[in-house]
Design a protein around this ligand. Structure first.
Ligand SMILES: C[S@@+](CC[C@H](N)C(=O)[O-])C[C@H]1O[C@@H](n2cnc3c(N)ncnc32)[C@H](O)[C@@H]1O
Length: 168
């Protein structure tokens, strides 16, 4: 398992592109109107730019575990805040919505060599993300290996997209 500073990588691929989730974000927009958004596993930042297009009034923050992609994201999109994905950097922040698109899975070729994705690890990560959320918040998962995150109420699915409501 690739671990950096005690952090575990959900997956190692950094594949992303602008407007990757055109339909999915339109569906999200019908249901939610968050003013603070975290793109968890933002890679080089294109997801933040796409989210801003769909949620023009929201403050968008990106975070990733890979310092190399974060460096590129900061250069390409200086208008957003980008944080390293550890407790220290993220704590104190509260978000109305957290998007984790193509992050919680190990079913692609790029994840060969990584051990099987453990349920307990996924649950712990979701509980951690909940600690970064406002009292009422939304968790949006795309292509997650698990589709029943603890403490979440399913609002809508569309293909690999799932939108959950969380009230703490
Ligand atoms: C396939 S990319 C997806 C990028 C973007 N979300 C998209 O869907 O286009 C997965 C990203 O998740 C990041 N990642 C993996 N483990 C992570 C963790 N523990 N915390 C934050 N990001 C992580 C990877 O570094 C990578 O940039």
């Amino acid at each position: 398992m690739r671990v950096g500073k005690d952090l575990i990588w959900h997956q190692v691929s950094s594949r992303t592109w602008y407007n990757r989730y055109l339909l999915e974000f339109l569906i999200c927009k019908e249901l939610i109107n968050p003013k603070t958004i975290l793109s968890f596993g933002c890679s080089t930042g294109e997801e933040c730019a796409t989210l801003q297009q769909h949620f023009p009034d929201a403050k968008i923050t990106g975070c990733d575990i890979n310092p190399d992609v974060l460096r590129i994201a900061k250069q390409r999109y200086p208008e957003f805040e980008f944080l390293y994905s550890d407790n220290q950097s993220l704590n104190g922040n509260k978000f109305e919505a957290i998007f984790a698109m193509n992050v919680f899975h190990r079913n692609t070729k790029s994840c060969e060599g990584l051990p099987k994705y453990e349920r307990a690890f996924f649950d712990n990560q979701i509980i951690y993300l909940q600690s970064l959320m406002c009292k009422m918040g939304y968790l949006i998962l795309y292509a997650s290996d698990f589709t029943d995150p603890p403490g979440c109420r399913l609002l809508r699915t569309y293909g690999k997209l799932a939108i959950y409501e969380i009230s703490i």
